[in-house]
Design a protein around this ligand. Structure first.
Ligand SMILES: NC(=O)c1ccc[n+]([C@@H]2O[C@H](COP(=O)([O-])OP(=O)(O)OC[C@H]3O[C@@H](n4cnc5c(N)ncnc54)[C@H](OP(=O)(O)O)[C@@H]3O)[C@@H](O)[C@H]2O)c1
Length: 345
């Protein structure tokens, strides 16, 4: 049964059209795939390069149409948003790594944010758009501890304020994910994940909320099943809340039968700050303030929205299975071209 959108000129039921910005990102791919599975929507996957391998992968999905769009180019967004009922919006702080700057550039993300929200406003005023889901980043448990926050967190929270300024909160759901599990696959020499080593950026005994990036798609699917209830709401979302040692123990419990003793290895903060200063600041923030997902409350909402969060153990098992298909263990080798930290960018 296809979800029915508002019709302007006739009462003929119409399949809802959902635009997904940054559709080739890790989040975007998760959202597009999850919505595609429902067979309820037409998904407009927006990318700057419709010919990339990731874009072609999305195009092969049944309910997906690829559309060119650049968050730095408002006109391309205006076109991409024509006739859509829902927009999933995301922005990126990442703009090519440079010595003494890293890759996180606040002005780059803020410009994308302003362009995105301005075009959401235009689409809403045209009358078709009725729901905007903005993917931000988790705030702290204690609101008084949000500041000082890493720059790329502040950018997203400032974009949230711009949504409010343009009076769009009434049609907006803000999802605020915590750190992805996928960050544990960083390629920093000596600190890559293996059966022996579980690497992380924070001290071993700090509780740290994390989520499988694909679960953001589950949240979008869930929110769209009860849009009226979740408009004008902001939710910090997470799948796990564990210390570094506890995370390493999850991996150890899977591989100990093979004789491995996994331990947690913290990447030195000074190295992180040299490579990507803002990520170092983020690690300080996580230790000082901590992400603010209310894990008990989330359980209730997840039940209501039919979301089964991926556990770290299940995520690790899938990764290990995939690794086993190509090699015998989680490789400790690294490639110079992949010398980068991916934490929360
Ligand atoms: N890493 C974490 O733990 C974490 C946690 C919470 C939130 N986040 C946030 O999640 C967001 C997405 O991260 P990700 O890791 O999913 O992304 P990603 O996989 O690094 O992908 C970045 C994407 O951004 C697109 N892009 C870059 N510049 C663009 C522009 N000007 N206009 C349109 N698209 C542009 C690229 O798509 P094309 O080249 O195809 O256009 C690319 O697919 C970021 O804002 C990040 O801060 C990350």
């Amino acid at each position: 049964m296809l979800e029915q959108g508002r019709t302007i000129e006739s009462d003929v039921p119409r399949t809802k059209v959902i635009a997904v910005t940054m559709a080739t990102s890790r989040q975007g791919i998760g959202v597009v795939k999850e919505l595609n599975k429902t067979n309820k929507y037409k998904i407009r996957a927006i990318t700057r390069n419709v010919k990339s391998t990731k874009a072609k992968g999305l195009k092969s999905l049944k309910n997906v149409e690829l559309v060119r769009g650049d968050l730095m180019d408002p006109e391309s967004l205006k076109k991409a948003f024509e006739g859509v009922d829902v927009i999933f919006g995301n922005t990126t702080p990442t703009k090519g790594w440079k010595l003494f700057r890293g890759s996180i550039v606040r002005s780059y993300e803020m410009e994308q944010g302003f362009n995105l929200i301005n075009q959401v406003k235009i689409a809403y005023e045209k009358g078709q758009l009725n729901h905007f889901i903005f993917s931000s980043i988790s705030k702290a448990k204690d609101p008084l501890k949000n500041d000082p926050a890493p720059g790329h967190f502040t950018s997203k929270w400032d974009i949230e304020e711009y949504i409010e300024k343009l009076d769009l909160k009434k049609i907006t759901t803000i999802l605020r994910p915590v750190s992805y599990f996928e960050n544990f696959e960083n390629k920093l020499p000596g600190y890559t994940i293996s059966k022996k080593v579980f690497p992380g950026i924070i001290g071993k005994n700090f509780k740290w909320q994390t989520i499988a990036v694909g679960d953001i798609g589950k949240w979008v699917r869930g929110i769209l099943s009860k849009p009226e209830k979740y408009k004008n709401q902001s939710i910090n979302i997470a799948g796990e809340e564990l210390t570094g040692v506890e995370m390493a123990m999850k991996l150890k419990s899977i591989v100990s039968s093979e004789g491995y003793q996994t331990s947690y290895l913290m990447i030195p903060r000074v190295a992180i700050k040299l490579l990507e200063y803002d990520i170092g600041i983020m690690a300080d923030w996580i230790e000082r303030s901590g992400y603010g997902a209310d894990m008990n409350k989330l359980k209730i909402i997840q039940k209501e929205l039919n979301i089964v969060p991926t556990t770290l153990t299940d995520w690790l098992k899938v990764k290990l299975e995939n690794q086993n298909k190509t090699s015998n263990s989680w490789s400790r080798e690294w490639k110079v071209s992949q010398w980068k930290l991916q934490w929360d960018k």
